[in-house]
Design a binder for this molecule. Structure first.
Ligand code: EPS
Length: 391
């Protein structure tokens, strides 16, 4: 089975972030502009702090690409940190509740939380965004696109219809600074962030990603670790500050009878040529996944981001040098990174979809992946639906 994978390395104030990607089929066009546009979008969003005024995130490709195309060897990307000062950065002895500070200090036997926080920092999400953007270079060859947006910010909820198309969602989201497709709540979201800043507090929210154009059958029900819903939950749940992940109805499915949870199935001959082969649902409460496999409907993943742990007002904490009660340390920080998290999540989801895609259709080269994809579609056409797929 072909395997697409990535690893990241790098500290928040170290010299650079590094991303190693393996298993990308040769021939995929690597669109540096697309990758850098995602990095820029991640740096933005209303509520960001001073650091993002310093950084100008952009990738340098160190290996795996020739003349703009993947050659199949490991790809290494680098993002330079402008605010590189890890050796001079002050020690942190008073852990911030909610950050990795305390657990990391005890685990690695150092009362200086900086040794932990440098890697735990959400700076690492720039690496994951870059990896996901590379995955998008593959997905777009097959008409698959992921669109992430802010669905809720603090108590303010956007209304985003189930039937929105990818391009409509994307352009509505890109029209404002909170990356929310519902224009009617944008001002309230921004006011909420402004108030949190005045209160020296921070703000969380809910981010959502929808994936359009995935064929039926990505992922597998054979083994727990192949189930795509579980893999998406792991990948999204590992993004800094994420405390909950839902697919489709998510937790709400538990509160309803089955007849109001499952999605009735129809055959729509007009959709024969779509990735869903015309096997459409009257609703998408499953969020595009059944039995750990894609079912042809848009994949819908939502995640809850807690408010950032670094509070200007501080919180009651303990000095790790003395165990005396003291307020937590303040590190320069963002008031709200929910819009940024929507970008990170979109790219993290894109990577997992690409990984599942490569497992089913991948080979050494993009040409072979294309051939495998079209062979699968034509085999389905020949075997299912009594000829109605070919009518
Ligand atoms: C972060 C603290 C801040 C954020 C950072 C995440 O960094 P600094 O301590 O340098 O001001 O800006 O996020 C990023 C650097 C980023 O690229 O998103 C933290 O403690 O998690």
């Amino acid at each position: 089975m072909a395997q697409l994978s990535y690893r990241t390395a790098g500290e928040s104030h170290g010299p650079a972030l590094t991303i190693l990607i393996e298993g990308l089929p040769a021939g995929v066009g690597i669109d540096t502009e697309l990758i850098n546009a995602e990095l820029t979008r991640r740096q933005g969003g209303y509520g960001r702090g001073g650091r993002m005024k310093i950084e100008r995130d952009a990738v340098t490709i160190l290996s795996g690409v020739r003349q703009g195309r993947a050659i199949g060897s490991p790809l290494v990307l680098q993002i330079v940190n402008r605010d590189s000062r890890i050796d001079e950065a002050p020690p942190v002895h008073r852990p911030r509740p909610g950050h990795a500070d305390m657990a990391g200090a005890i685990k690695w036997l150092t009362p200086d939380c900086r040794e932990t926080l440098e890697r735990a920092s959400a700076r690492e999400t720039a690496s994951r965004t870059a990896a996901g953007a590379v995955a998008k270079c593959l997905l777009r060859e097959f008409g698959i696109e992921a669109v992430g947006f802010v669905a809720e910010l603090g108590p303010i909820r956007a209304v985003v219809a189930d039937g929105e198309t990818g391009p409509a969602l994307r352009s509505a989201r890109d029209a404002n600074d909170v990356y929310c497709p519902d224009a009617s709540v944008v001002d309230a979201m921004m006011a909420h962030i402004r108030q949190a800043k005045i209160d020296q507090d921070s703000v969380g929210g809910i981010v959502e990603t929808r994936v359009f154009g995935a064929p039926i059958g990505l992922g597998s029900c054979w083994s727990f670790d192949q189930k795509l819903d579980g893999r998406l939950m792991q990948a999204v749940g590992s993004i800094q500050a994420i405390k909950g992940v839902e697919i489709g109805l998510g937790f709400d499915a538990a509160r309803r009878p089955g007849s109001q949870v499952h999605d009735a199935l129809d055959f729509d001959p007009a959709g024969r040529d779509e990735p869903h082969l015309g096997l459409v649902r009257r609703s998408n409460r499953a969020g595009g996944l059944e039995g750990g496999m894609t079912n042809g409907m848009p994949i819908v993943v939502r995640a809850a981001m807690k408010p950032i742990a670094t509070l200007l007002q501080g919180m009651d904490s303990v000095n790790l040098l003395t165990f005396a009660p003291e307020r937590s340390d303040y590190e320069r920080s963002d008031v709200c990174a929910v819009p940024a998290a929507s970008v990170v999540m979109e790219n993290v989801v894109a990577f997992e979809i690409a990984r599942a895609f490569v497992e089913k259709f991948g080979g050494d080269t993009l040409d072979e992946a294309r051939a495998a994809y079209s062979s699968f579609m034509s085999t389905v056409r020949a075997r299912f639906g009594g000829g109605r797929l070919n009518a």
